[in-house]
Design a binder for this molecule. Structure first.
Ligand code: KIV
Ligand code: ZN
Length: 547
């Protein structure tokens, strides 16, 4: 058996199913670019049958990131590869056709189709007999195969399925042409011992098992996703389905960085290879957190703010003697602290462009002009500009692409005297400006009230997070927020076949944290408004503007 473990990233599909993780197409594309730099083997770019927007998003990624013409990036990043672009499809003709329509633009397309196999799903969700499920798998895997050579099949809720029945279903999937068999622990129910034994048993007993790649897909409901995934590869799986920061619905999916760094840090134990450029991990983590608005917990393994921090005196003393006393990985290996002084106040447009290319951003002339203006502005306020600052600026620019409302100016008065007051000027979708002043309990509240008076889109602020990009009093501040429309927005959860309430995240960065807060809120409002426009039942809703 080969020792190469394929990294299948599903941040843009299963990850995007996390509450509030809704991403714009520009953000999805930027994450896909970063995944390619990271060197993932397969990007699951979405669920094309979910909506025309989802189909378009997957197609865009297939066209760009899934093709070798995706040029300059490969030069700057030898690790960048042309990944397989996969789309998810339920086991029905319409989903499979839509999936093919989206992924066929990639050099290496994959259709990933699934059908539940646990009795509980058969009885309550599918209302199908075991025999009917077997037949549907045969028909739909063959149907997918009629479009695409590379077909993955997943028996959903395999972790709670009868292993004997799974053998039957998986044998049929192989006969029908599946090239990858993925075993999901959909509800994060299994333990490492059980899950490892399940994978071993399936590989040993499914007729034709040697013709396919075996894959594992674990959820973290009991905090065991990484352990289960590692048990899977130890028992013969050669593909792991993971997400950046472990985002995903409920407690999330297996996190890419944990699985990769476990194999990387313990080569003698696992004896497995992977194609990940580990120095790109921290950057991918920051990008996904910024765009989704889902903060990374400080004590998160590998990518948490404290993962490499050593505060207790005794530890620091040990570290000074030898890093290995308390560190099993070097922060640089995962790209933490890799930020360096890149440019200064006197650096020109050309130097900035060169640094952006090195970082993997391919900005057109207009985008570069804007970035340069912001860079100069930042350089006036902040002496030391690092890669992390440049990333934050670009994230902020991307978050403000194709939006309805944008910040045109603001002024805030606050302190211990008088009432916090904000005057905010926004540009509306027609380019008209609107200025409103409001008072609030604090400066952010005043700004948000002024924005609300202009945008007039009632919502609840569910979360507000603020943190600094780098150290120092002059650091850029990053804000992420999450909101929910008062008029609830729903999204079809195609896996569960039911509607779900949506929440929307927004991101903003600025040396002025109140400005960053305004940008984050406007970004979230834009996502909410776009979703409202997209929903047929609110297609005629007028977005009334305050004069
Ligand atoms: O968790 C799950 O079962 C899935 C499948 C669709 C692979 O996400
Ligand atoms: Zn899943």
């Amino acid at each position: 058996m080969d020792s190469y473990v394929r990294i299948f990233d599903t941040t843009l599909r299963d990850g995007e199913q996390s509450p509030g993780a809704s991403l714009t197409s520009a953000e999805k594309l930027e994450i896909a670019r970063q995944l390619s730099k990271l060197g993932v083997d397969i990007i699951e770019a979405g669920f094309p049958a979910a909506s025309p927007d989802d189909l378009e998003g997957v197609k865009q990624i297939a066209q760009e990131v899934g093709n070798p013409s995706y040029g300059t990036l490969a030069e700057a990043f030898p690790s960048a590869r042309v990944p397989i672009i996969a789309g998810l499809a339920r086991a029905n003709k319409n989903d499979i056709e839509k999936c093919w329509e989206a992924v066929k633009h990639a050099k290496h397309p994959r259709i990933h189709t699934f059908l539940a196999t646990s009795d509980i799903h058969l009885k309550y969700k599918l209302k199908m007999s075991r025999e009917e499920v077997v037949e549907r798998v045969r028909e739909m895997v063959s149907y997918a195969k009629s479009f695409c050579d590379d077909v993955e099949f997943s028996p959903e809720d395999a972790g709670r399925s009868d292993p004997e029945y799974l053998l039957e279903v998986l044998e049929v999937a192989i006969q029908a042409g599946a090239t990858t068999l993925n075993i999901p622990d959909t509800v994060g129910y299994t333990t490492p011992q059980e899950f490892g034994a399940l994978i071993k048993g399936l590989i040993e007993n499914t007729p034709g098992a040697d013709k396919v790649i075996w894959s594992v897909h674990c959820h973290d409901d009991l905090g065991l996703a990484t352990a289960n995934t590692l048990a899977g590869v130890t028992n013969g799986a050669r593909q792991v389905e993971v997400t950046i920061n472990g985002i995903g619905e409920r407690a999330g999916n297996t996190s890419l960085e944990e699985v990769v760094m476990a194999m990387h840090t313990r080569p003698a134990l696992f004896g497995l290879q992977h194609g990940i450029e580990t120095t790109q991990i921290a950057r991918a983590s920051r990008m996904v957190s910024n765009f989704t608005g889902i903060p990374v917990q400080p004590n998160k393994a590998i990518v948490g703010a404290n993962a490499f921090a050593h505060e207790a005196g005794i530890h620091q003393d040990g570290m000074l003697k030898n890093n290995m006393t308390y560190e099993i990985m070097k922060p640089e290996t995962v790209g933490v602290n890799a930020s360096r002084l890149v440019l200064g106040k006197h650096s020109g447009r050309h130097a900035l462009k060169a640094r952006f290319i090195e970082l993997g951003y391919t900005l057109n002339d207009d985008e570069l002009d804007q970035a340069f203006a912001r860079f100069k502005d930042l350089a006036d306020k902040k002496k030391v500009i690092t890669d992390a600052d440049l990333e934050a600026l670009v994230s902020d620019e991307i978050a403000s692409l194709n939006v309805l409302f944008s910040l045109d100016g603001m002024q805030v008065v606050c302190g211990t005297m008088g009432m916090p007051t904000a005057t905010v000027r926004l540009k509306d979708p027609d380019g008209k400006t609107h200025t409103v002043a409001a008072i609030g309990t604090g400066p952010v509240d005043a700004v948000y009230k002024a924005i609300d008076a202009i945008v007039n889109c009632p919502n609840t602020l569910l979360e507000f997070n603020i943190h600094a990009v780098t150290e120092g009093i002059d650091a850029l501040g990053q804000v992420t927020v999450r909101i929910q429309g008062k008029e609830l927005q729903t999204r079809m959860d195609v896996q569960r076949e039911m509607e779900r309430t949506r929440t929307f995240g927004g991101y903003g960065a600025d040396t002025d944290t109140i400005v960053a807060s305004a940008k984050a809120y406007i970004a979230a409002l834009n996502k909410l408004l776009i979703a409202m426009q997209a929903q047929e039942n609110v297609a005629n809703t007028e977005i009334s503007l305050a004069a």
